[in-house]
Design a protein around this ligand. Sequence first.
Ligand SMILES: C[S@@+](CC[C@H](N)C(=O)[O-])C[C@H]1O[C@@H](n2cnc3c(N)ncnc32)[C@H](O)[C@@H]1O
Length: 217
Amino acid sequence: MSTDKEKYYQPLKLMLPIRYQYMKKIMLSKNKDTFEINFKNKKILDIGTGTGEFLEIFADIGANCLGVDTIDNFKVKKHKKLKLVKADLYQYLETIPKNYFDYIFCFEVMEHLDDKKKLFKLIKKTLKNKGILFMSTINKNIISKIFAIGLAENIFKLLPKNTHEYDLLMPIEELEKLCGDNNLSIIDVTGLKYNPLFKNFNFSSFQSLNYISAIEN
Ligand SMILES: C[S@@+](CC[C@H](N)C(=O)[O-])C[C@H]1O[C@@H](n2cnc3c(N)ncnc32)[C@H](O)[C@@H]1O
C-alpha cells in the first residue's frame, strides 16, 4: 500500500470511538434497549466502508454486516457476520431490494460524491421503514475551506493533497433538503471537534467543520 493510502485512512481511525458514542446516544434517546439489542441480527450496510474496521464491533454483537467500497483496502479478519464487497455504491445499491437494511452507515463519504441526490433516493429505497441512516461529513463554508482543506492538506499535511474537493462538500442545508425531498426525518445533527493534543474527536455545538447525523426513514 502506498504511504498516501495509509495517510488517507489513518486519521479516520480516530473517528471510530466518537461514532460508537454517537450511536449509543441516539439509540438511547429512541428506546431503552442496549446497544447490542439494537443491532443484533439487524442488517447493516456501510457505504464507502474504507478498511471495514468500523463494522467489526457490529459483527461481533451479531449484526449482519455488509461493507461496500470501490477500493479494496479491507483490513478485517474473516468473520461470518461481515462481508466486504469491492463495488461502486450506486451500482451496488441498485441491486438491493426495497426496504432491506435496518441501518445504513455513511461516514466521511458524502464529501467525495458528486450525485448525492441519487444516493439519497437509493437510501430511501433500501432502508426499512423506521430504519436509520448514520452519516458524518464535512460542512461546506469558508471555515471548512480554510481548516479542512487549506490547513489539513496543505499546511499540516494531515491528509494527502487533494483529498477533498470544495465543491463536493455537503452543507447541512443540503442534507436537510435531500432528507425533505425523500421524506426522511433528521433525528439529530451534532458538530464534531478534533482535539490535536489528545488526538481524538468530541461532540461540539460548533457544526461548521465536521458533523455527524442520524436520519430516520
Ligand atoms: C474518507 S473514506 C471513508 C472510509 C470509511 N467510511 C471511514 O470513515 O473510515 C471514503 C471512502 O469512500 C469510498 N468511495 C468513494 N466513492 C465511492 C463510490 N462511488 N462507491 C463506493 N465507495 C466509494 C472511497 O474509496 C473511500 O474508501
